[in-house]
Each structure stands twice: as C-alpha cells, then as structure tokens.
Design a protein around this ligand. Structure first.
Ligand code: TPP
Ligand code: MG
Length: 574
C-alpha cells in the first residue's frame, strides 16, 4: 500500500518505539503534523523554543536510555536546534532531530526559510541525512535510530524537504541496516585484555576512573564486580556520576577541577589507572603533564578516536565497556589493597571536600544537601551549568545510573529546565528536580509554559545568587575581583511562576528550606522554589586553571562545620 512521506515517517517512528516527540511546527512541516493527528501513539509535546525541544529530547534520552526525538521546521526552527544537537554530540546522547526543509525545487535558491542544516550540523552530529527521495525515507529512519543508539551514541539529523512529505511510496520497514562502513568494535582485543588483567593483578595502588560510557553500556554490575573482586577504589567523571553507587565503600567521588580533593590525590598517587568509558576531558585531567604521573594507564572505550587523544595510554582496549569488563573480570584475581584503600580513607578524612560550613546566610550547598535528604537520594537531578551544577554534583549522593543529568562537554546554560522536562516525561514515576542557575534558568525560562500545558511535574530549585556565579568566581580568584558583566538581575521568579500558572515559594532562611522542599514534593504538579543563596559563595575544591590535579585548592579551614560526610544517608546499592 502506498503512503505519503509523512505517513511513512510516522509509521517508522512507531516501529522504532518512539512515544514522545518534542517539537514546534512551521509550514513545511504541516503535512507531517497533519499525519500526526492520526497517530495517537505518538505524543507531540509543543515546546516554546526549539532549543528546548533538543534539550528535552536529550534529557529524555539520558533518563531513559532510549533515543529522544525532536522536530523543528526549516530555517530558524532548524538553527534553534543547533545548541541542543551540539550538546547531545559532546555528551554522546542519542537523539534523532528531524527538520523540515524547503521543497526540492527550491533548494539552493535561498528560498524563504531555507538553511543548509545538514551543512551546519555536519561537525556536531554523528551522521546526518537530507532525504531527497520518499522511497528512502523508511531506510533513513531505520539507520538514523540504529546509528544514534549503537556504538558511541550521538545525535542524528534528518532533513526532509516539504514535497518529500507529500510524495508517495510503498512502505516497507527494513528489518536490519546495511552499513558496511560502520561496524563499531564491541569485543576488546583478547591480548590487550590479558595485558590489562596482568597490570591489574600486579598493581599496588590501582584506581578506576569511570565515565558515562559505563552508564551508556549498562555495565554497572560488571564495574562493581571488577572493583569488588580486586578491591579497587572508584572515582568518576562528572558524567560518570551514578555509574557506581556513591554509598559504596570503594566510591571516592568525582575527580577533576571541582572534584573531591581525595579523588584527585588518589589519581596523583595511583600506580595504575583503569579508565573506563571516559574521554580524559580537560576538566577531568587538569594539566595533562601532571595527570597520574606515577601510573600505567589502561583505557577502555568504544570509540577508537578517544584512545591516546589527550593522555598517553599503556594498554588501549577498544570495545563496549560491558563486553570488555565481562572478559576482563574472568582474568582478574581476588585481591586486597588494604594500605591503599586505607590511605584514600585517610585523605577523605583529612580533606573532606563535601563538608558544609556554618553560616548565617543561606548556602547553596546546604540547599542541595537538604534536597538530597528530603528526596532520600532517590530523585533524578538535572542541573544547569556553573556553580549550581558543581554543588549538585558534590552535595547530592547518587546511587543509581541516569540519576544525575548535566551538560558536561558543551556546558550549556539553559539545559536544565527543558532537559528536566524531558527526563520527567521519560520517567514519570520518578521525582525530577531541576537545579537551575538564575542565569541559565532565564535562558530557557519559556519552557515553563510547556511544563504547565503538558502537566510535567518537574520541581525547580533556582540557586539564585544574583550572578553568573561561576564566571564571577573566576573573576574573584583570577581577575582581581573585577565583576564585569556578571552581576545579574532577574525578574521576580514568584511572579513569573504565577504568570505561567504554577506555584512557587521564595526561600531566604535556612529554617525555611526543608518545609519548602517538602511542600514542593507534596504538590502534584510542577513547583518552583527560588532559593536566595549567599551571592558570593564559591565552589571548592578547585584545581586552578593550568594546575595539576594534585594542586587542588581547598576552602579555608577555619570555618566551623555543621554537616559532614557522616551526614550521608545509607542507601542500598543498585
Ligand atoms: C550558553 C552559555 N553561555 C555562557 C556560558 C558561560 N558560563 C559558564 S557558567 C556561567 C554562569 C552561569 O550562571 P548561573 O546560571 O546563574 O549559574 P551559577 O554559576 O550562578 O550557579 C556562564 C555565563 C555557558 N556555559 N553557556
Ligand atoms: Mg547564578
């Protein structure tokens, strides 16, 4: 039976198990929107800006492990997706972005709302397509979803001219893809795995650095087995948070620029680094020449392009993390590194990193800690970028994969609200908190309307410091406290909430924090809390730019402590 291109696209999306599309229409997409009216199984969520659609698809993908889908019209609709696509690209998040294009006879004529979106997104997609023939539509969709989710995941863009939506063809959904040039290596090389096992079995001070690849590959059990069998401490990257339970005795938090001092000290002292599904981002390694100076490095990653890109590697293993760890675990002998683990425990005691100082004012760290306590550590936290992001990483403890969602690679302010919306739509039964910066929140604030219209029960904590806080922190520390262009006014967020039609509270005092969070949780729908925090609070620990991990700065010691690591809730493992 013949179908239009629009119908073929809808049928193909249904075949791929798509349930949600975040989008915003335009005339070139009208044949598709018209077809969508006959596919009740495809829920379309109307965003207020296409950037929101891309971030929502990304948040959905990260929260569910499935492919997120966003849709935008030609020209400005398509270009509005660009930041969100780039964000997904840098964090290996599987999304399929569908854009309308002008009709084929108009392509190349600078027609109204024509833009070369495949050209623009070439460097920020894993692959992209311009569909010039309706007969190839089903095959393109099949490939797009396969490419998005397989190997190292990433965004795929499909650009579809208006007349291709109207053309007709027979619909046959291919059962498999045929991509001779694309064969991700899943099995690690056995000889390399053997070498890695030998190094692990002989190491005195081994350390695992686990990244988002562990989450993507679903290798939590395998990672845990490796760590427990050989008693190897685990630190994670920012995006690796949640891949290993932070309540585990072998967990030593996050490394990097704002990582735990003891995690960075561990990297500095280790004699073997087992880097798993991470890409040695500069925020994680700090000065490369000072990174793990005493260690051999084993690097397991599915993407051969990552091997040796930033740091020297002694044993590279290209393969899927779960598959590789399964083989590796059979070769690793039971072991103990009592002195080494003891040493890390001591460093953690001496350099606690997550203690919260006593303060009359409302500290952002205190707010995050209370969200942790009230949610019993079981919420999905979606952050903005900047100080709020680092406090959310440091002061909430994550025990489940996909529970910390953050823009790592691109560092996109404005990610928080739409990504939290996508996460909540994907995991409606989980509590989702958006930890927003007052700056980032204002960048995609319009999605409050989407959240209200679609009844998405996201809870928003605005960490309102009245500054582009992280940039201000750098000005304070490295530019003589000259705050140029960082003091930031905002609207009255309570009135904004009222205008959009959702409840909100302003919190200024410590005593109000817990009742406010409890009230937000008790509310069925979305809720905003505007936390007026200390304006000039800084994020510590901090490895200054250009320094090595070992040169980590800690907060001045003299301040009294009110909460300590012992405040960590005992949470069961995954
Ligand atoms: C889209 C975008 N523009 C600029 C930056 C640079 N930048 C990084 S952190 C930051 C400050 C963020 O301010 P806010 O959202 O209030 O968060 P805070 O650091 O105060 O918690 C800025 C401007 C960015 N990361 N993203
Ligand atoms: Mg701020």
């Amino acid at each position: 039976m013949k179908m239009t291109g629009a119908q073929i696209l809808c049928e193909s999306l249904v075949k791929e198990g798509v349930k949600i599309i975040f989008g915003l229409p335009g005339v070139p997409l009208l044949p598709l929107y018209d077809a969508l009216s006959r596919y009740s199984q495809l829920r379309h969520i109307l965003v207020r800006h296409e950037q929101g659609a891309a971030h929502a698809a990304d948040g959905y993908a990260r929260a569910t492990g499935k492919v997120g889908v966003c849709l935008a019209t030609s020209g400005p609709g398509a270009t509005n997706l660009v930041t969100g696509i780039a964000n997904a690209h840098l964090d290996s998040s599987p999304i399929v972005a569908i854009t309308g294009q002008v009709a084929r006879p108009f392509i190349g004529k600078d027609a109204f709302q024509e833009i070369d979106i495949t050209g623009i997104t070439l460097p920020i997609t894993k692959h992209n397509y311009l569909v010039l023939d309706v007969g190839s539509m089903a095959k393109v969709v099949k490939e797009a979803f396969y490419l998005a989710r397989s190997g190292r995941p990433g965004p795929i863009l499909i650009d579809i001219p208006r007349d291709v939506f109207i053309d007709q063809a027979e619909f046959h959904y291919p059962s498999q893809v045929n991509l001779p040039g694309y064969k991700p290596t899943l099995q690690g090389h056995p000889a390399q795995i053997k070498k890695a096992a030998k190094l692990i079995n002989e190491a005195q001070r081994p350390l695992i650095i686990a990244g988002r690849g562990v989450i993507i590959s679903g290798a939590y059990a395998e990672l845990k087995q490796l760590a427990e069998t050989a008693q190897i401490p685990v630190v994670t990257t920012l995006l690796g948070i949640g891949c290993f339970p932070e309540s585990h005795v072998l967990s030593f938090g996050m490394l990097g620029m704002h990582g735990m001092a003891y995690a960075n000290m561990a990297v500095n002292a280790a004699d073997l680094i087992i880097a798993i599904g991470m890409r040695f981002d500069d925020r994680a390694t700090a000065k490369v020449s000072g990174f793990a100076p005493q260690a051999h490095i084993i690097h397991i990653d599915i993407d051969p392009a990552e091997i040796g890109k930033n740091v020297r590697v002694d044993v590279p293993i290209v393969g899927d993390v779960k598959v590789v760890l399964n083989v590796l675990n059979k070769l690793v002998i039971s072991n103990e590194h009592i002195d080494w683990v003891h040493q890390l425990d001591n460093w953690r005691r001496e350099h606690p990193s997550t203690e919260i100082k006593d303060s009359e004012g409302l500290l952002p760290q205190f707010v995050i800690r209370k969200i942790y306590e009230v949610t019993k550590g079981e919420a999905i936290i979606v952050t903005g970028v900047g100080q709020n992001q680092m406090w959310a990483a440091q002061h909430y403890w994550y025990n489940k994969p996909n529970s910390f969602i953050s823009s790592g690679g691109l560092g996109t302010m404005g990610f928080e609200l739409p990504a939290a919306m996508g996460a909540k739509v994907g995991r409606p039964d989980d509590v989702v908190w958006c930890v927003a910066g007052d700056g980032g929140f204002q960048m995609t604030i319009q999605e409050l309307a989407t959240i209200v219209q679609e009844k998405v029960a996201v809870k928003v904590a605005i960490i309102n410091n009245g500054y582009l806080g992280m940039v201000r922190q750098w000005q304070e520390l490295f530019y003589g406290r000259r705050y140029v262009a960082t003091p930031l006014s905002g609207p009255d967020f309570i009135k904004i909430a009222e205008a959009y039609g959702l409840p909100a509270l302003r919190v200024k005092q410590r005593a109000e924090v817990v009742p406010a969070i409890e009230q937000a949780m008790a509310e069925q729908g979305p809720f905003i809390i505007d936390f007026m925090v200390e304006p000039e609070e800084n994020v510590y620990p901090m490895v200054p730019p250009g320094a090595a991990l070992a040169e980590v700065l800690e907060e001045p010691k003299q301040e009294a402590k009110v909460l300590s690591d012992s405040g960590k809730l005992p949470v069961s493992n995954i």
